[in-house]
Design a protein around this ligand. Structure first.
Ligand code: UDP
Length: 218
């Protein structure tokens, strides 16, 4: 093999994305191997039929082309690993399931992971290392930053701006904004599972419930 692709993370997220990565590779029609990278491993082992190794072992693999999908839900960890990969000259790999749908004028940053049944409609810009889990959608005219994570079933309607490092929990619904006044989810905010977000969310807070309200610790 002259090419080696990796899914970085062999826990829940990585093991769920490996079949998506296989679909991606099949579409690319390249003879290549896909391995797991996981820094918890001390020796090379097999996980779900794929070789699995730590990052130094991956770097030592004698192959001329390597690319990596970071399959870890924690966005801070994704950013840290993306930086290491950049410093080591290793490109990010983007994967999408066969049944994802991307409509017109979608700008998708490097290192994206689009799980089965994800739909991205038209005129959408998305940054680096976006994760959209099962059945999530992004509607028209949304702008999404870097290292954003959607759990399964996120309903992101039109004219919404989501800043870097936002996490949206499973089944959350975000009300659409307008071209003049997009609904904004601020940097690093967390939207709890099942939340119904009806207005903009400040950076760094957690919102929960219907209608979503800021969670304060008591
Ligand atoms: N991990 C890693 N390098 C890091 C940080 C995490 O290889 O710098 C691995 C960690 O060993 C674990 C996985 O990433 O196997 C993260 O798994 P976790 O269950 O925390 O989350 P998820 O799979 O849901 O993202």
């Amino acid at each position: 093999m002259t090419k080696l692709y990796a899914v970085y993370g062999a826990s829940g997220c990585g093991r769920s994305l490996m079949p998506v990565a296989r679909q991606q590779l099949a579409r690319q029609q390249e003879p290549a191997e896909i391995v797991f990278i996981d820094d918890a491993l001390t020796e090379i082992t097999i996980v779900n039929g794929h070789r699995a190794m730590n990052y130094p072992q991956f770097k030592a693999e004698p192959v001329s082309f390597k690319a990596v999908l970071i399959a870890i839900a924690n966005s801070q960890v994704r950013e840290k690993i993306a930086l290491t990969l950049e410093q080591d000259g290793l490109p990010l790999w983007s994967v999408q399931a066969d049944n994802t749908l991307l409509m017109d004028t979608v700008e998708l940053g490097a290192g994206a992971a689009l799980s089965p049944f994800v739909t991205i409609t038209s005129n959408i810009k998305i940054g680096k290392c976006f994760h959209a889990n099962l059945y999530s959608y992004v509607e028209h005219d949304c702008v999404i930053g870097d290292f954003v994570t959607f759990a399964p079933g996120v309903k992101c309607n039109g004219n919404i701006h989501i800043e870097d490092h936002v996490y949206i929990g499973a089944g959350a619904v975000i009300k659409q904004g307008t071209p003049a006044q997009p609904l904004v989810i601020g940097r690093g905010a967390v939207v709890g599972m099942g939340a119904v977000v009806t207005k903009s969310v400040p950076a760094g807070v957690t919102v929960v419930g219907n209608p979503a309200r800021i969670l304060t610790s008591k």
